[in-house]
Design a protein around this ligand. Sequence first.
Ligand code: FAD
Ligand code: NAG
Ligand code: NAG
Ligand code: NAG
Ligand code: NAG
Ligand code: NAG
Length: 571
Amino acid sequence: MRGAFSASVLLIFTLFHSCQALESVSKKRQTCRNVPGSVDYPNAQAWSTLNTTLSGRLVAAVPSAKYCASIGGCTDAQWTSALFRNTIPGAMNQVNWEQGYDLKPPSLCLRNSTTCGQGDVPIYSVEAQTAGDIQTAVKFASTHNLRLAVKASGHDFLGRSTAANSLLIRTSNLKSLVFTDAFFVGNQNMGSAVTVGSGVHLQDLYVQSKANGKVVVGGSAATVCAAGGYLQGAGHSGLGPLFGLAADNVLEFQIVVASGDLLQVNSVSNPDLFYALRGGGAGSWGVIVSATIRTFPTFSGTFSLIEIGATTNAAAGALMAVHAQHIFDIEAVRGGQYFWLEKPGNVSVLALTTFTPNTTLDQGTALITPFLNDALAVPGVFLIEKQIATLNVNDALFMADDVVGTNQVMGSRLIPTAAYKDSNVATTVAGVYEDLLDGGALQILGNMIAGGQVSANANISSAVNPAWRTAKAHIIVVNLWDDSASAAEIAALATKFQTSQRAILERLSGPNAGSYSNEADSQEPEFQTTFYGPNYAKLSAIKSKYDPHDLFIVAAGVGSERWDKAGMCTV
Ligand SMILES: Cc1cc2nc3c(=O)[nH]c(=O)nc-3n(C[C@H](O)[C@H](O)[C@H](O)COP(=O)(O)OP(=O)(O)OC[C@H]3O[C@@H](n4cnc5c(N)ncnc54)[C@H](O)[C@@H]3O)c2cc1C
Ligand SMILES: *[C@@H]1O[C@H](CO)[C@@H](O)[C@H](O)[C@H]1NC(C)=O
Ligand SMILES: *[C@@H]1O[C@H](CO)[C@@H](O)[C@H](O)[C@H]1NC(C)=O
Ligand SMILES: *[C@@H]1O[C@H](CO)[C@@H](O)[C@H](O)[C@H]1NC(C)=O
Ligand SMILES: *[C@@H]1O[C@H](CO)[C@@H](O)[C@H](O)[C@H]1NC(C)=O
Ligand SMILES: *[C@@H]1O[C@H](CO)[C@@H](O)[C@H](O)[C@H]1NC(C)=O
């Protein structure tokens, strides 16, 4: 009797505890951020107090089309200008990321339309001017359990710098740019460097670097922010073969982490976070205030722009096969090249920009001529344009603005050097390009920006995906649509890389190739390995240390497997 009594007490006790355990498990499973209408969403007074603390730098964010409507319409030149769009806090450069296609019901704001939903545009933006503004905003988001988004330029190809019902921290106004001849990490002099705020555009960096007799490793864009997503992804550049990835050349970050603390991060101070911030993926670690990157003495080289047409998809495939056979032609001088194939109508156009450092015009011309002669011998292939000149490297990289304002998604693979050394490479490449074009691909971008020092830097301890160190090129397939596309057409394009194009590209890259997380498909099913290689477990541990409550969650970012696609509720 007594025994039975104790047993039932024990049972009740056990049940009670397992109910509590169940409850906390299900609570964990159902954790959601606060949105307007949630009991704990900040009230008007709380927002107003925040605005006062921020000296009035809290603004209501609106979709770019709504902003344009409010000023009587934007011209095509404005709509497609990254510089113009950067003046609109709610704008993304690829407009599809502003749309709430997945919201129920969908919430869209298309250009010139008479109705407009907020879509995936944040509710408010903190237009940060100082690290203190960022600290205030991070603490507010954390205290009130808000969905947080962080944006510098709004270029993100995976839409990671915007989120529905979120608070945005925008760092575009952090424009400081300071050069030094002796940057110290601890008591070690790391030499000449520049510290850039996270709102500094690459074009400003190239102009100021030239004025200081320097050059930095930067991308081929005007308005990408070096100290935003670029470095966190890895940062490729036409100067990569010469100097390594941009992430290989970072000396220090200043960053506000989830606790609201402003940290100095370098090889001696918070070295684990320093590891993660160089290649561990954009948007997952905190809000970068500035980054310090190595500078090199400026120099000149030969820069060429060549455009070649191909009348059929088979001719385009054969042209790309010739390109693959010549892909090592500029390796000895550690040159870099962007080669992109577009099919705007019936004819495909291959455009190539090539930079060969420290070469005279004759040397630079001699390096690209063998490819050009073989290419023009292919039936159905013809020359459209050829320009070649000797330029200062900063001028060669410089662009005034970026043309944006489209709807697009992409998928990509890093192509190993070994793939281009395979004896069947010509046949493989011809088939890959022809099949992608036959399948309706409109843009296939190629970045020949690895090898050389990118490979030689394999021993650097950072989160850069090791696939970079053995790669020769990064190939990206872009899928675009215009506002007349139906929801079904958009859904098909959004999954096209995974459903058909990836398998084609893998015939060249191999099945386990990596992908550059900044120019990629946010739907990669195994993003942990595809984007981060063997580094994911280490990155997850660093994430738990600096962001234990997942304040910084982005698509396909470290920790995102714990959250739904919108980053709104845990799964
Ligand atoms: C025209 C064009 C050319 C490009 N060329 C190159 C190239 O040559 N080489 C190359 O490597 N890449 C290139 N890219 C890709 C580029 O690296 C990515 O788009 C990158 O994410 C842009 O970073 P951003 O901060 O400017 O963009 P954003 O859209 O503002 O942000 C991108 C990501 O970084 C995060 N982020 C932004 N600011 C901060 C911050 N202050 N602190 C913490 N996280 C932040 C965002 O949350 C988001 O996850 C190009 C892109 C475009 C559109
Ligand atoms: C914040 O304050 C500024 C200056 O007083 C004001 O212009 C702005 O509209 C306010 N922001 C919000 C979201 O109310
Ligand atoms: C929108 O209107 C502008 C003029 O204000 C025009 O130039 C543009 O082509 C229109 N775009 C669309 C998608 O309708
Ligand atoms: C493309 O090819 C089709 C079929 O051969 C032809 O009808 C069409 O006029 C061509 N378009 C252009 C822009 O040349
Ligand atoms: C270019 O050549 C000069 C002179 O030989 C040399 O000092 C410099 O290091 C070279 N620069 C690069 C980037 O190779
Ligand atoms: C990597 O190796 C190079 C020489 O190959 C050396 O100069 C450099 O210091 C090494 N870097 C690290 C981080 O070990």
